[in-house]
Each structure stands twice: as C-alpha cells, then as structure tokens.
Design a binder for this molecule. Structure first.
Ligand SMILES: [Zn+2]
Length: 288
C-alpha cells in the first residue's frame, strides 16, 4: 500500500518528482501534501484497474487537460503492489543496505571532483580511533593550538601565542606538529632510525600524504602508523608541558613512539615474532 510516499514530492514514480515534471498541475492541486494512496481512484478497484484523481478544483479542471492526460499516461506505466510495504529503499548498494562509502561515491560522482583521499589516509588507517579523529582535526585546522584559540578570543590576552617549545614562533598547527625545531628534531630521529633523509613538508596535509604514500611498499605499512603516532605524541607532550608543567625529553618521546607503533603492529600481526629491541635496532627486518 502506498501510504507513506508523497504523491507530488516523493520519488516513487521511477525516481521522478511529479511536482517538478508537472508543475502546472501541482500548482492547482488541492492536496499537495497527501500520500500516493489518496490519489487512487476509485479505491475499490484492484491495482491493474487503478485510476487517478489528481484533486484538481472543479473550476479549474479544464485548466490544462492535456497535461492531466499526460500525467495519466505517465502513471499508467506503473503497477502498484497493494500487498507490499511502502518504505524507503537504498538502491545505491547491493542488497539495498546503506553504506557511507556508497553515499560518498554518489556525491563524488555527482560533483565531478576526484575521489577524496582522506577516508583512506585517515579513516582507513589502523590506529586508535581517537588518533584518527586528532589527525582529521589537524587536517581541518581545528586543533586548539594557541594561534587558533587567540583568533577565537578564547586565549586570555595575557597568555602568549608563541610555541611553548621554541618560544620564537606562533603556535600554529603546522608549526607545532612539523615545523618547530623541537618537533622536527623528533621527526628527524625517526627518519634517521630508518636511514631516510627528509625535507620538512610545507603543511600537515603534505606531511600526511608523504607519510602515507611516500615510502616503499614494505615499509609503508609501518610509516602509516608512525606518522599519526608522532603527531599524537607531540600533542600529548605539549599538553603535558602546558597544563602539568611536565617536560618530556625528545629521546623519551621517540622511544614511546617506537614502542606504541610496535604494539599496534603486533596487534596487526606485522611483527612476525620479532622482539621490540629488534624493532628499535633494525626496523627493516620487519619489512622482509
Ligand atoms: Zn616551536
């Protein structure tokens, strides 16, 4: 029974919105907000004999008869299942099961833009969810660093916007996570661990691309974890310093990043029985 779909507004007729296809009839219709069932006529006939009453005012019933006939002809193509349940069905996925991925594909295809990369780089990564969210907020320039807090008048006027680690530059997201001498020294230690020379990326966006796509296939499964782990460790160290007055030295932060990634890699069965000290000494053995 078609009792839930709106006659004029719904897409029940092969995806067509009748109010857009037949605007002149919609304009004079007296029952614009009724379901399809209210337009059946007479209602005691079976589905194959179904007629339609478009609820046009008698004084205007001859307003545009050709359009009414056209709508009759259009609707004659459809057979209404009287025994079926009237409900919305997601037709974009196999099995009519809604998925966010299919919804994104529809939006991307309709926009003509290239597919978004962030679902794969951030939400498809095997790091804890809170770190995915942190990474996403960093990409969207929404981490509450001092520069952003000041721009929103949240930071008290007597509190400096300078980075707490170098005290020379404004604490922006890009500065704190990659450009600060202190942060880049942590990153340099990690690259040195893998015998890699690196160039400081321009922004956190470039940084994320580099760490996700820039390594060899065998090493990339680890670097995908190391990047977000490093950003999170820097952010935690910054908060510890500001809110608890506790400064964590660089070597401890680097050691903790290595250990955290090792544990994540273990849970992903990427370590092949090797021990953590081997990971620290020669990570390439894990890429065999
Ligand atoms: Zn700094």
């Amino acid at each position: 029974m078609v009792q839930a779909s709106f006659f004029w507004y719904g897409s029940w007729a092969d995806g067509c919105i009748l109010k857009d296809v037949f605007p002149s009839l919609f304009f004079i219709c007296e029952q614009k907000n009724q379901c399809v069932n209210r337009f059946r006529f007479p209602s005691n006939l079976d589905a194959h004999q179904l007629g339609w009453n478009f609820h046009l005012p008698l004084s205007l019933s001859n307003f545009n008869p050709s359009k009414a006939q056209e709508l009759h002809l259009f609707l004659s193509r459809f057979w209404l299942d009287e025994s079926g349940v009237d409900q919305l069905i997601w037709t974009a996925s196999p099995g009519a099961t809604f998925s966010v991925a299919d919804a994104i594909n529809i939006l991307v295809q309709s926009s003509g833009l290239p597919p978004p990369v962030w679902p794969k780089i951030i939400w498809g990564n095997n790091v804890p969810f809170k770190i995915m969210v942190f990474h996403w907020l960093a990409i969207k320039q929404c981490i509450p660093v001092r520069d952003i807090l000041a721009s929103r008048s949240i930071l008290p006027p007597n509190v400096s916007t300078l980075c707490v680690f170098c005290m020379t530059d404004i604490e922006t997201i890009d500065h704190l996570l990659i450009h600060c001498k202190w942060s880049s020294s942590i990153l340099s230690d990690l690259f040195r661990w893998w015998n890699i020379r690196w160039i400081i990326p321009r922004s956190i966006v470039d940084f994320s691309f580099d760490w996700f796509y820039g390594m060899g296939i065998k090493a990339s499964k680890f670097w995908k974890l190391i990047g977000p782990a490093t950003m999170w460790a820097i952010w935690m160290a910054r908060n510890d310093f500001i809110f608890n007055g506790k400064f964590t030295c660089r070597s401890i932060i680097v050691r903790n990043i290595k250990l955290k990634v090792f544990l994540w890699a273990s849970s992903l069965k990427l370590v092949h029985g090797l021990q953590a000290y081997v990971w620290d000494q020669n990570p390439f053995l894990f890429c065999q």
